[in-house]
Design a protein around this ligand. Structure first.
Ligand code: IPE
Ligand code: IPE
Ligand code: MG
Length: 239
């Protein structure tokens, strides 16, 4: 299946949504959906590795998700820490380099420590770059970018007349990565939920009704196949 795909996105971003609904439909607590969702991440990373996708950004926890009940937030943070602890060896084995974007200092200390350790241990890997968006908000990222730009202006490193799209992009959390080519959202919701607002300007979107815990390798291949049929014009006229 994977080999038949002709056009492979360099960067795929995914809004992993629907864990709570998956659990509710089975009469289970929401956290069971998050736990099952962590398994779907594994399949997705594998699929991207097979396709030779270079970057995979996963929206794992938004800046707005802190508003959820404390018990759910706490369980999610514990799950994140456990996931990182248990999966780092597998990331090393699969040559995956882990990165993270967002206000990472908002995370509990134990999570931060484990995250930095996993990032450090996988930093020499040359395969897929897996970027976790944690305590991430697109508007916050733009605000942080503006502040960073202002610091450089105040210190005389740059002149405000030099500011352009490329320069601003270099002040975002994503400065080391290309913009996503394909955005996947599960659970049928047709919204961005404050994800990569700047970077998704010309990204192709793919929404599937499948809930994230049910998302399989085949679903990712289907999304990539669909992407291969898109006609990206970037506002210009077709040749
Ligand atoms: C996505 O699933 C995971 C996170 C936002 C952490 P949800 O928890 O949003 O699941 P639904 O949307 O309520 O079904
Ligand atoms: C977006 O899902 C955030 C993540 C998947 C981490 P949400 O479930 O938080 O988004 P809304 O509330 O449906 O917009
Ligand atoms: Mg949701």
């Amino acid at each position: 299946m994977a080999t038949a795909l002709k056009l492979i996105p360099r960067h795929i971003a995914i809004i992993m949504d629907g864990n709570g609904r998956w659990a509710r439909s089975r009469g289970l607590p929401r956290i069971k959906g998050h736990e099952k969702g962590a398994d779907a991440v594994r399949a997705c990373v594998e699929a991207c590795g097979e396709l030779k996708v270079e970057f995979l950004t996963l929206y794992a926890f938004s800046a707005e998700n802190w508003q959820r009940p404390k018990t759910e937030v706490f369980a999610l943070m514990r799950l994140l820490e456990r996931f990182l602890k248990e999966k780092t060896a597998e990331l090393l084995e699969k040559n995956v380099r882990l990165q993270a974007i967002g206000r990472l200092t908002d995370l509990p200390a134990g999570c931060q420590k484990q995250l930095h350790e996993s990032i450090e241990r996988t930093s020499g890997n040359t395969g897929l770059t897996l970027i976790l968006a944690l305590s991430y908000g697109g508007r916050l990222e733009i605000i942080d970018g503006i502040k960073s730009l202002l610091r450089q202006i105040d210190s005389g490193h740059i002149d405000r007349a030099m500011i352009d799209v490329d320069m601003f992009s270099k002040h975002l959390y994503t400065r080391y990565y290309p913009d996503p080519d394909l955005l996947v959202r599960t659970s049928g919701e047709m919204r961005l939920s404050n994800f990569l607002l700047w970077q998704l300007s010309y990204t192709e979107m793919y929404v599937t009704p499948k809930l994230w815990p049910d998302f399989t390798k085949k679903d990712l291949f289907d999304a990539v196949e669909d992407f291969g049929r898109r006609n990206r014009r970037y506002g210009a006229v077709e040749n």
